[in-house]
Design a protein around this ligand. Sequence first.
Ligand code: FES
Ligand code: FE2
Length: 410
Amino acid sequence: MQLMEIQQGAAARATLEQQACTLLRHTAEGTFPLAPEVMALPSDHYTSPDRFEAEKRCIFRRVPLVLAASCEIPTAGDYKTLEVAGVPVLVVRDRYGTAHALLNACTHRGAAVASGCGTAARFTCPYHGWTFAQDGALIGVASSADFGAVDKAMLAMKRFPVTERAGLVWAILDPASPHDPAAMLGGVDELIAPFGLESWTMVESRQLGGPNWKLAFDAHLEFYHVPMLHRDTFGPDRSNRAFYFAQGPHQRVIAPQGRPGESAPDDLYALGRLPVDGEPVDPLLMGEWILFPGTSINTFYLAGIRCVLVSNVAPGADVGTSTTTQTFLAETLPHDAARAAMGEMCAFLAHVVGDEDLPTSAYQQKAMATGLLSEVRFGRNEGGLQHFHTWLDRIIATEDHALPELLCQP
Ligand code: FES
Ligand SMILES: [Fe+2]
């Protein structure tokens, strides 16, 4: 291991321990931090096509996005396709193990070269048959003598700057971006690195349609609604409070107290102290990780196996649509009993989000689209939402050259 990696790992551990100490202290004192004020947000942030264009241009084409978990494409040739804010993307691992993020558009005349997910040695465009390598290089022009001379080297698929860190594939959806996505993560990748997601297994993935991407994502950024909106699923006795720890635009959201009798191996409150060397690091990682702009990672245990639900909320092609992709990962390949429990949990979480959160968000969208509800508000107990929306404005207002420095602010 390089010296720098050791230092980064030590710094991340120190941050995680600091957060754990804060949690333990507040729990012991029965206190709970609040934002200084209630914050108002104009409703047209959710409904204005101009605002949406600004978010697509300044956020989703400039900031590194989580496009996949590494274990979704574990071996050479594995690929998946997705669409983010109208941009069709092909994420693929080449035979050397390197992950690529490509514009899923043939350089002949723009057809999709891949669909769904799978494994492929190369990609043949289904329209006229041009063929591309796993890294996007153009390797074959169908009936090339008839087609005429082209410079194949210049006609590779558009490549997005990509980095694979902490078991996630991140990319900037602008082939011409001058920035290195790895240098724009602000250390949040180091904080989640101890999960070791790169060696996990994907259990299941599904997509849910929703309204404006921020309305869909807001529900991930507070627990205020949990005992109310989710009273029939999570129950009415859940805490509606949350701690927020910020790392640049990213956050970690954690319920302030453990639930009696539901102690899991990652229960910091049951442990009552920091884990020492040689003990599992899990109690330092519990909670929900928010990777700006639209990814959340929820952590829990099932049948003794550590699991996460990665939720990726991506804007749709217009201001009023989004897609939430739920990807369920497990630390080890589940045995039969665990697999059944995980299947049930996947269905449960799809129900909670698809039948409780997203219909509520869709109604909010409809109400705001009337123009009659000029603003909405985030309480002092909704600091995560205040942080998220403040950072959106901050990034939109920042020039390209200053973006990496901004994103790496503590
Ligand atoms: S568009 Fe792909 S081969 Fe014509
Ligand atoms: Fe919810």
